[in-house]
Structure formats: C-alpha cells, structure tokens
Design a protein around this ligand. Structure first.
Ligand SMILES: [Zn+2]
Length: 241
C-alpha cells in the first residue's frame, strides 16, 4: 500500500467529511492528520469550565421540566451540514433512560456521544474520544453513569456468585470487575460510582493523547451520575494533577 498516497487521500477525505468516523482515524498512524477539518464555526471552542456550566444548566432545565430543546431546527441542521464542533464528549451507558442530549437539554452538534452498556472504556470508545478531542475540538469529557445500572448490577451478581456471564456480556463483566472488587459488600450504587471513577481515571491517564491534554489543562475529564428518580446529574470534578 502506498502510505503517502493513502494519507493524502485520507486528508482530502477529512477536509470534505468533517464527520469522518473514528474507523478512519484508527487506520492512520497518530500525528498524520495534522490539519483539523474545516468547520463552519471553527473559532468556537468552548472551555472545559464553560462546557460543564452548559451541561449543568441544561440538566437543571430537565429537572425543572423547562426544556428548551435547543439546536434542533432546520437552521441548525443546515449550519451543521458544513461541519461540527461539539462542546463536550459524553461516554454514557446504552441504557434507554439515559440519553445525554435529553438529560442535558442539548441539540444537534452539541455533544459527541459514545454509548455502551456500563459506560466502559475500550479501544473503539477511546479512539472516538481522541477524535473528538483532537479533531473536533471538544475540551470536556464526561463519563456518565447512572442509578440502578443493569450492566453494573449484572457484573456484580456474576462476580459475587462466581458465575460466568453468557456470550459477549462477559466482556462487560471483565471491564466492570475492578469496581465490583473495590466495593465488595456495598450496594450497587457504590459500584456504579466506583466504575465511573475508574473510567475517568482511565481517560485521564490515557497515553499518548489524553494524558498530556489533561496535564496541560487543555481538556478536563469529569464523572457524572444520573439519578433516575430525580432526573438530576451530579458531577465529580477531580482536581487537576
Ligand atoms: Zn447502565
């Protein structure tokens, strides 16, 4: 394969397809995509603190039943057709009750969302997050867990009974296992929160991209816990190392 040609082709694709999927990124050595895609609002980077404030405000509207449903009209859609600049990345659970755009009252182009049961981190999720940071300019990463998470509950029960989960579900059990072991004897909510913390730490220490961005303060990674009963999201904001 002609690498230089492939990279050139990829670069030109990126300039056209500003929403290029992480799979393309994965096929390239790190650092080969030096140039960011063109965006309609390329200057509009949102700081980690402002991004967090936006999410908190949106969740307060959700809790209060005063949703604004921002950025969901045809004007917004037309703007976004030229490019995206999401202000935050959310790694959330696949649970149907925890859609980040709904919980945070956001619209199209606002959040770069990765969802998987138990909001666990794997290489595909990490690649997507790196893409969101490096090429879309998001500066806040939120790990969103939630009350009564079925994936965490299943992991806890499986490990406590020395059983093995069926088929591919076992991979989730393995991913959540450190949180389960750290919270033996505690209730499932303690395990949910430990799992959030573990994933936050995994992102903060991830080499070679995210760790240095966290260390310089260019990005922040926070944990978030969604309470199904109250609709409130509480954040755990760790001090920068
Ligand atoms: Zn869940």
């Amino acid at each position: 394969m002609h690498t230089s040609l492939a990279i050139k082709t990829m670069k030109s694709k990126f300039s056209i397809l500003t929403t290029a999927v992480a799979a393309i990124v994965l096929s390239l050595p790190l650092g080969t995509i030096a140039k960011e895609p063109e965006h309609a609002d390329a200057a509009a980077k949102v700081s980690p603190a402002d991004a967090l404030a936006r999410l908190k405000a949106g969740n307060q509207r959700f809790v209060a039943g005063k949703l604004q449903h921002p950025h969901q009209d045809s004007k917004r859609r037309a703007e976004l057709a030229k490019g995206q600049r999401p202000f935050a990345i959310v790694l959330g659970c696949a649970d149907s009750r925890t859609s980040p755009e709904v919980l945070f009252d956001q619209g199209l182009g606002d959040l770069f969302v990765i969802r998987v049961a138990g909001n666990v981190l794997d290489d595909h999720a990490l690649a997507s997050i790196e893409y969101g940071v490096e090429h879309l300019g998001a500066q806040l990463i939120v790990v969103l867990g939630h009350q009564r998470c079925g994936a965490v509950q299943a992991a806890k029960e499986t490990i406590d009974s020395n059983a093995e989960a069926p088929a591919h579900i076992n991979s989730l059990v393995t991913a959540i296992q450190p949180a389960v072991e750290a919270t033996r004897g505690a209730d499932v909510e303690a395990t949910v929160k430990a799992n959030i913390d573990n994933v936050v730490e995994g992102l903060r220490s991830s080499e070679p991209v995210l760790k240095k961005e966290v260390e310089t303060g260019a990005i922040n990674v926070v944990g978030a816990y969604y309470n199904l009963d109250t609709a409130a999201v509480s954040f755990t904001e760790k001090k920068k190392e």
